[in-house]
Design a protein around this ligand. Structure first.
Ligand code: ADP
Ligand code: MG
Length: 224
């Protein structure tokens, strides 16, 4: 094998719901290289979230081969390792804990890996400064704007220095300008930090600014 493991290697994935009646993914293959920013473009209900969930080990394919950062998310031990050390997830609705502060939310992934408190504080300070959130560390989530919440969710996803970021319509709940700035940030993570990103979106303007985009339609992926 080469020394560079593809963060995403999926071959011939199939996934259906409703006892096989609703075929959501059919023969889907996708490879993502380190530092590559790939958009998954498709309309609502086309299966974007389903594919990201399979990649992140939140759901399992019915068939197919899958390696994420060299690990099989279907295996329980590998899945834990993947979530703790290699993978960050950003959702459309940030999924932060509203009663906790920004810093407390960002710290959550570090609790699972047992990062020591000093390193944890340093990492939070580094990430929030970079994402322009440093002045908001002690604010509770419920007191933040939509853009600040989404940037907080990105900080949380980056806490354990992942090699792969799965972003599920991260700009979907934001206005146009805020969405553009969050997208620019994600693009910088790929280009400056070498993090591979799979970005689900229904907006062509974002897909066209990615390194590559694939289109989901009727359960199938096609390269554009
Ligand atoms: P997208 O993210 O592109 O909007 P999804 O992957 O969420 O699409 O959904 C694709 C299809 O699969 C939709 O028809 C949706 O209703 C269905 N679906 C998604 N998750 C489930 C589930 N857990 N059980 C049953 N149907 C589901
Ligand atoms: Mg979705």
């Amino acid at each position: 094998m080469s020394d560079v493991i593809s963060p995403v290697l999926a071959r011939n994935l199939h996934k259906s719901y409703d006892g096989g009646r609703l075929k959501v993914l059919q023969d889907v293959s996708l490879e993502v290289r380190p530092g590559e920013l790939v958009a998954l473009l498709g309309s609502s209900g086309s299966g974007k979230s389903t594919l990201l969930h399979l990649l992140g080990g939140l759901d399992v394919p019915d068939q197919g081969e899958l390696a994420v950062c060299g690990l099989d998310p279907r295996d329980e031990v590998a899945r834990l390792e993947l979530r703790r050390r290699h993978l960050g997830f950003v959702f459309q609705l940030h999924n932060l804990i509203p009663d906790l502060t920004m810093a407390e939310n960002i710290a959550v992934p570090a609790l699972a890996t047992g990062m020591d408190p000093a390193a944890r504080q340093a990492r939070i300070a580094e990430l929030t400064a970079r994402l322009g959130l440093g002045h908001r560390l002690t604010h509770r989530i419920q007191d933040l704007s939509g853009g600040e919440r989404q940037r907080t969710a990105i900080c949380r996803a980056l806490m354990n220095s992942p090699r792969l970021l799965l972003a599920d319509e991260p700009t979907g709940s934001l206005d146009e300008e805020t969405g553009s700035s969050v997208f620019a940030l994600i693009k910088e993570l790929a280009e400056r930090d070498g993090i591979a990103v799979v970005l689900a979106t229904h907006e062509r303007r974002f897909a066209e600014q990615c390194h590559r985009f694939v289109r989901m339609r009727n359960g199938r992926l096609s390269e554009e």
